[in-house]
Ligand binder design. Sequence first.
Ligand code: SF4
Length: 344
Amino acid sequence: MSLIHCRDSGQPNSSSDLPLDSLSTEVAADTAAGQVKRKRAQTPLEKYSLKYLSVTDLSTQSWCEQQMVYGRELPQLQAPEKVRLLNTGKSIHLARELEVHDIVEVRTTSKEDSWALKILNLLSMIPVLQAGGCVRELPVFGVIDGIFLVGIIDELCYTAKGELELRELKTRGRPSMPSEAQKKRDYFQVCLYKYIFDAMIQGQLKPDVITRHIRLRPEQPLGSQIRQHAQKVGFVVTCFGDLLELMYLNLTLSDLPSIDRLTIEYSHQDSDTPLGTEVVEFEEEKVRERVQCYLAYWKGQREVQGVEIEEAWKCRSCSYSEICDWRRTRADGPEQRSGSKKSK
Ligand code: SF4
């Protein structure tokens, strides 16, 4: 079956494109001297104007939280080689996607239109999975600990035993398997995809979840190109809320199974040589704990942290090692660090 996967040609598409519209940083405080206004510290979510986070934000954070923050604030300092690797990886993913999808550009005229496209992509893949087919670049959405998360699953297929398998492709600059630390980051990423996907098909993505978290209007009429595209893939919709209802019903009534198996394929970018495949064990409790720990930073419940001393080797290949406050204070002694764990 040939799928159409739509791309947004009109609206920005990142989690930081939508400023939080009701974030007051001022809190009124009564004092003996009268009414004085003082500033409350912004949470990182507020500081970067984010309404949601991506799975890749959290997997990057799992490598080094401080590095993830520098990457957001100072992307120009990233080593050119790293940028080249990322861009080549994106091109390879696109080529694989084109093997199973036709990609069309659809003009959007509102924030709701942009989200409608993501939902239409998801909706168009459900029947393919129901029929036992394979899909690529499947969007997933969900809420953990009060934070909205989005992600894109590389590939979902059925194995010969009929298990639903998530396959993640990781391309590498070096012709060798990654280190254990790199694998750990990748394991976390695919576990998080499963966590969100399973919650979606279990009915946790209710129609109002997206509108509440992203602050979208269900009554917003969809643009003409979106409505035309929806019709092509079999849905008659007029407003954004129609699509949200359809998404909820299709996910919960589709009888799709939970993801049974998680695999990561590593391949060498330049030669396209497969390097190996890892099968990942899913431990729900551990995944939830790690996510909660990472989200605590985003919610302003703790300070940013760099790597612990046992992982200081990561700093040697870090683009930000020259300017890193965490690294400098660690060199001065662990007691100098603010917000760090106590050294054992
Ligand atoms: Fe993290 Fe080390 Fe890089 Fe600092 S120098 S951002 S602690 S990896």
